[in-house]
Design a protein around this ligand. Sequence first.
Ligand SMILES: O=C(O)CCC(=O)C(=O)O
Length: 276
Amino acid sequence: MVTQEQTRFFDENGYLKYGKVLESNEVQRLIDGLDRIVDIELAGGDDSSVEFSVGHRRSVKAAQDEPRVLTQYVNMWKRDKEYKKTVRHPLITGIAKTLLRTAMVRLWHDHIISKPPADNGHFRFHQDFYGWPLSEPRILSCWIALDDATVENGCMHVVPGSHRDHRFSPEAKKREDEALAKDPTFKTERAKMEERPASFGVPVELSTGECMFHHCLNFHATPQNTTNRQRRAFVIIYYAQGVCFNDAQASHHCLIPTIEVNHGEPLVGSGFPAVG
Ligand SMILES: O=C(O)CCC(=O)C(=O)O
């Protein structure tokens, strides 16, 4: 499943290029499901859950406006049975449990992230953790390529070891936020990293059906898709047992209305299922 060597690599570098997890017919079923959802959204959308409207345009006309950094569809698992099956894939959840050193993982959320040709841009370096209302960085993403992902069409780029760099730790972030509150012009190490081009990082090229994992404190970015090919990825975010809702961080996150526990309580509930 995942070797000690791979686990050591993840601990050291904050990411792991794993390899194949889905067969081509499984990928095709995910793409068919995505196409159905794109049609629903272009026809006006489905608002049966609050996050379904996030990250994409809901009309063809709007799609002809300014190019976007990326196009996103959140929580495909709630909308399509093939996605529901994939977030519980025993190989993927098994690897996630080993890398997070937890007996059980829950699903924070999943999303499709797409960089269509001619409608995409550079997604800047960032650390996912600070964008989520969660208590501790025992969280990782599994990024599955639904198309071959190369430097030219915007594959993932990572900064090895940045998840362990104390300049970017939650404690450092707290100090930075305090400094910024006093002086909004203060230039943080994080802000300097955000300004770097994706080429500063190590590219993780993947073939269709392969995946990579990244730790939620690892800096990562994706460059623009400069080809005429699609670059679609299905990203699944898992957290370890015991991670709690933290309403002091990312307080505008789209999933907060779906959270049924209080600040400081373990995040459980039907929207955040135990999947492995
Ligand atoms: O797929 C992309 O372009 C960006 C994905 C990303 O930032 C993530 O998975 O955390």
